[in-house]
Design a protein around this ligand. Structure first.
Ligand code: ZN
Length: 169
């Protein structure tokens, strides 16, 4: 696992001047640090984590989104979901894994997984602002575990988009 802090600092838990400055400025949060150290400790058991670039976390309610590099989502979701399960247990949150630098469709697919997205379109409001309407397909049992309010907040924080979520009949 790579990120904006030195791997030596992450491993030792004692931060050099450069890394502690990033923590102090808020560029890296305490939660980012906890997740990074967790990911690092899981590398031996789940070697695909070695190639993951970890950007940051976004916390909303009981949901914790982990933003990783392009193509890294499968590396975290592999092993039958064991990595995400461990992270969820350790952090006491529902984990979402998102990719940095992808288009809106891919971002929303990861955000709402395992639900499928049937339609995405833009709605223009009278005041000139826009909302992104997402119509989700049905998947038994999955809907109840998703906190749509938290996911909307994450979309707003990460992509600056306002979501309107609907379900297909
Ligand atoms: Zn350092």
């Amino acid at each position: 696992m790579k990120m904006g802090l030195c791997s030596f600092c992450l491993k030792s838990g004692i931060l050099c001047q450069k890394c502690s400055a990033k923590l102090k400025s808020g560029e890296v949060s305490e939660t980012d640090l906890r997740v990074a150290r967790l990911l690092l400790s899981l590398e031996e058991k789940f070697p695909s984590l070695q190639n993951v670039y970890f950007y940051k976390t976004i916390e909303t309610g009981r949901t914790l989104a982990i933003v990783v590099g392009p193509g890294d989502v499968p590396r975290l979701l592999g092993y039958g979901g064991k990595i995400v399960k461990t992270l969820g247990e350790e952090m006491g949150r529902n984990i979402r894994v998102l990719e940095n630098g992808v288009d809106n469709r891919k971002f929303l697919e990861d955000l709402f997984a395992p639900l499928s997205i049937l339609t995405i379109n833009t709605i223009w409001l009278p005041d000139g602002s826009t909302e992104t309407r997402v119509i989700l397909g049905r998947k038994r049992g999955a809907r109840s575990s998703l906190d749509v309010k938290a996911l909307k907040e994450i979309a707003s924080k990460v992509r600056n988009i306002t979501l309107r979520v609907e379900y297909a009949d």
